[in-house]
Write a protein that binds this ligand. Structure first.
Ligand code: PEP
Ligand code: MG
Length: 542
């Protein structure tokens, strides 16, 4: 069966299914004493949170953050009191009340749309754990593993994947999910193969074992046991904190951050700096534009962790999948094609100027080597417009993201106007393929191994080489150790990714020389599809 390979390597072993969510608890029987029934909810939520905190203590840094966030969500006072109210006012059994209270929250997130709607799965995960605790049944999720196994799930919640043991989990396979899902990110950081969006795999009867190929994006299911095979753990190789090819070409290995927690993880992973600081993540919940001082201290919290190191601060990338409450741009029929990213600043230039002022001040406070870049640049004049404003704010280095195909087609002129560019492969893929990046059904088109996407990256990389300007990649493509080396072969000079992937990518770079990466890149460009591109590159890089 085929899906989208999101973490490379080959593994085989017995299939273990991740339990599906519990059926909805019934509205009856009506509790004899609603007040005492309501008092059961808080201890159940606390038990769930404690269990998650215990798991967090034993997890790696990326997993710990996810588990702690989920634990905090389980203890959300608004969720608990709403559920208690449902019991006392509507005489519902506690488990049903938790379901209804959590669903109200999920509905609100869905209405908020975009980035916030991705949190719905987390709310449901917490809901199901509290319900299982109240009913005294096993929680949904990954069962205790008795030996090396291939995990099969509809989709994995972040808390399911956060503390997976790479010694026991041979590979991950999901029926849903896409290249930028949590399953993909965590599988890569653990160095285990993963294939997502394998349509129909949950309906295969009698499947007891599987052979998973993360390069080809295939899963062979078997009704008989197969010989256990584990992928080599890329993370086992040493990462010494200096990104370089075997022949000594330096490639900065940087982290993407959006919060202080991410920053700590980036420092622990020995990232060489930050290639993408998503400032909008500091403000997703703000109801008014934060003033300059508030912004300055929020940015400084991240920047001070990188004194003397490079940090690229991206100006507000609001709109589309990241709506900000204080930026009401009205309803747009196609938000991904709407007034988003830098386009917001053309209408509200003073707001951009306030942000640049705060960034410049935070840079001075921190001693980090700060650069700024604008998201969603489409034309040369937009790039010039942004760079002028950055310079006026006293920021020396200014660049732009290349995530709109028009910018890639004008890359020489754009490079002439800026100090550097950074390719946002997540959006570039969505716009090159006209395929919504949040839709599981279009995951294959958003696969960063698509040769057409790689060709567009090659155009940018080669222009950067000719003009002597740095070209970075800060989309998910950079987090795949195999693809990251292809990007270097295409002329990319820095890679920025989720911090958890830094050691795997950083250490993988040292495996071969630039000439070998160029050859691998040629093979990928010539391939007819993503699976064959991976295979061809694997044959070159081993
Ligand atoms: C991208 O589009 O690849 C990118 C890095 O930006 P974001 O994911 O924040 O849109
Ligand atoms: Mg983007």
């Amino acid at each position: 069966m085929s899906g989208v390979g999101v973490s490379s390597g080959r593994a085989a072993g017995p299939l273990v299914r991740v339990a599906e969510p519990l059926p909805d608890p019934p509205t009856t029987p009506t509790p004899a004493d609603p007040d005492s029934e309501a008092t059961r909810i808080r201890p159940a939520a606390e038990a769930v949170a404690n269990h998650l905190f215990t798991r967090a203590a034993g997890a790696g840094s990326a997993g710990r953050t996810i588990l702690e966030t989920t634990a905090a969500m389980a203890m959300d006072p608004a969720l608990i009191s709403r559920a208690e109210q449902q019991v006392t006012e509507q005489a519902l059994p506690a488990a049903r009340a938790v379901l209804e209270a959590a669903d109200t929250f999920a509905d609100a997130l869905r209405e908020a749309g975009g980035y916030l709607s991705e949190r719905i799965r987390d709310v449901r995960d917490v809901r199901d754990r509290i319900i299982a605790e109240l009913l005294g049944v096993a929680p949904p999720g990954v069962p205790a593993l008795e030996g090396p196994s291939v995990l099969l799930a509809r989709d994995l919640a972040p808390a399911d994947t956060a503390d997976l043991d790479p010694e026991l989990v041979l590979a991950l396979v999901t029926e849903e999910g896409g290249p930028t899902s949590h399953t993909a990110i965590l599988a890569r950081s653990l160095g285990i193969p993963a294939v997502v969006a394998v349509r129909g795999i949950l309906s295969v009867d009698n499947a007891v074992a599987a052979v998973v190929d993360g390069e080809a994006g295939t899963v062979e299911v078997s009704d008989r046991p197969v010989r256990i095979e584990a992928a080599e753990h890329v993370t086992d190789r040493a990462w010494n904190g200096i990104g370089t090819t075997a022949d000594g070409m330096r490639v900065s290995v940087l982290a993407n951050v959006g919060s202080v927690t991410d920053t700590q993880t980036a420092v622990e992973a020995a990232a060489q700096g930050v290639g993408l600081f998503r400032t909008e993540f500091c403000y997703l919940a703000a109801s008014d534009e934060p003033d300059v001082d508030t912004q300055r201290s929020a940015y400084a919290e991240v920047l001070t962790a990188f004194t003397g190191k490079p940090v690229v601060v991206r100006t507000l990338d609001a709109g589309a999948d990241k709506p900000l409450p204080f930026l009401d741009s009205g309803t747009e029929p196609n938000p991904a094609l709407g007034v988003r990213g830098v386009r917001v600043s053309f209408e509200r230039t003073a707001m951009l100027e306030r942000q640049l002022e705060a960034i410049a001040a935070a840079a001075a406070d921190s001693g980090a080597e700060v650069a700024v870049m604008a998201p969603m640049i489409s034309t040369v004049s937009e790039a010039i417009w942004f760079v002028e404003r950055a310079r006026a704010a006293g920021i020396r280095r200014a660049g732009v993201m290349v995530e709109v195909p028009a910018a890639a087609l004008s890359i020489r002129e754009i490079l002439g106007a800026v100090d550097f560019v950074s390719i946002g492969t997540n959006d570039l893929a969505q716009y090159v393929f006209a395929a919504d990046r949040t839709l599981g059904a279009l995951a294959e088109l958003n696969d960063p191994w698509q040769p057409a996407l790689l060709r567009m990256i090659a155009t940018i990389g080669h222009a950067g080489e000719e003009l002597g300007k740095p070209v970075g990649v800060c989309g998910e493509a950079a987090a795949d150790p195999l693809l990251a080396r292809v990007l270097v072969g295409l002329g990319v000079t820095s890679l920025s990714m989720v911090a958890a992937s830094v050691p795997a990518v950083g250490s993988a770079l040292a495996g071969h020389s630039l000439a070998v990466y160029r050859q691998a890149a040629e093979e990928a460009l010539a391939a007819p599809d993503p699976a064959r591109a991976r295979e061809a590159v694997h044959a070159v890089l081993g």
